[in-house]
Write a new protein. Structure first.
Length: 340
């Protein structure tokens, strides 16, 4: 599986920050960012359309009022006060505002769930949570200015006259779009939830695979590799079942994967040795320890200190003998070592 590495190099004389991502994590975050960008673009367009409609409706209301005043001044005995038209416009505006606020509240709740899901995904992958304010429908303006009338809006201008279509104003083509986007958000939320659950399972498996350097702070150097070598005591050619890492006496030894301690005892050849089972037939061994910090039955995580470098058992000096076994058979630990 491919890996992505991001290096953050500050202008000051400071250490660079390195972030490593697996391919599945990278594309997951890309999908989340694209989805959020699409939702924010849609919401911005809806707000512009509503602002345009509200402004046009306000102008229509003012126009009606002005015409009523002019007619009342010209023919006070023939034209009564036309309050019914203004009331209808006000009711239409109130209904539009109410539906808009209800849609925004629903979208806000669904987006909040997406933000929470993204936070969980970032936590699983070890990334820092994104610092973004949550949307609040109560803080959204409903009378912003800007933008021309929408091509699908409820207003049509012919010269100096205008037409207001109240049914389209409330039940226009924009309402099905809001329903569809809300349903899409719910579908994506369920899909993302399934992905997070799968990532949690994969994370559990990954944590049980040996990886990393078994000594704290990345110290030490390999002095004897896996394979056939000349025995330092008998001078005969014998198979070496692990690797030897030379380090100072007392250097902390860390578990390279999550697992359960099955042995923590003195063995004649290995001296003080800790064996950890990781599941799926995988196990690791740490020998010649000067101290053992765990007991059989204990559960340890990757990076936990389990002992200290020593020279117990059959040893010529302070070092760690590190083994990896699959189904009880020793394999080359170098395959499971990563950069320190």
């Amino acid at each position: 599986m491919k890996k992505w590495t991001v290096v953050l190099e500050p202008h000051e004389q400071e250490d660079a920050s390195v972030i490593k991502l697996r391919e599945i994590h990278f594309w997951t975050l890309c999908a989340v960012v694209c989805l959020l960008a699409f939702l924010l673009a849609f919401f911005f367009q809806r707000e512009r359309e509503f602002s345009s409609r509200t402004e046009l409706l306000s102008r229509a209301n003012q126009r009606l009022q002005q015409e009523n005043q002019d007619r009342a001044a010209a023919m006070p005995a023939q034209i009564p006060d036309n309050t019914a038209g203004r009331d209808a416009v006000r009711q239409a505006e109130a209904r539009l505002r109410s539906e808009y606020e209800a849609s925004i509240a629903t979208i806000t709740a669904e987006l909040t769930d997406l933000y929470d899901m993204e936070k969980r995904a970032r936590s699983i992958t070890g990334l820092q949570p994104r610092k973004a304010a949550r949307l609040d429908s109560s803080a959204m303006t409903l009378n912003g200015k800007g933008g021309g009338p929408s091509s699908t809006g409820p207003f049509e201008y012919v010269g100096e006259k205008y037409t207001v279509s109240l049914p389209n104003l409330i039940y226009g083509s924009s309402r099905p779009s809001a329903d569809l986007i809300i349903e899409e958000i719910r579908l994506r939320t369920r899909s993302l939830g399934e992905l997070v659950r799968d990532m949690e399972v994969q994370k559990e498996r990954i944590e049980r695979v040996p990886a990393g350097w078994p000594l704290a702070r990345g110290v030490g150097r390999i002095t004897s590799n896996f394979g056939y070598r000349r025995d330092p005591f008998s001078r005969r050619v014998r198979h070496h079942d692990g690797i030897d890492i030379s380090a100072r006496h007392g250097t902390a030894v860390r578990a390279t994967a999550r697992g359960k301690v099955v042995k923590a005892e003195y063995m004649s050849y290995y001296g003080n040795m800790v064996i950890i089972e990781h599941g799926d037939g995988l196990s690791t061994g740490y020998a010649h320890l000067s101290a053992m910090n765990v007991r059989p039955g204990a559960t340890v995580g990757r990076g936990d200190v389990i002992g200290a470098v020593g020279s117990t058992g059959k040893s010529t000096g302070a070092h760690l003998h590190y083994e990896v076994r699959i189904q009880g058979r020793q394999v080359n630990p170098a395959k499971y070592l990563v950069d320190r």
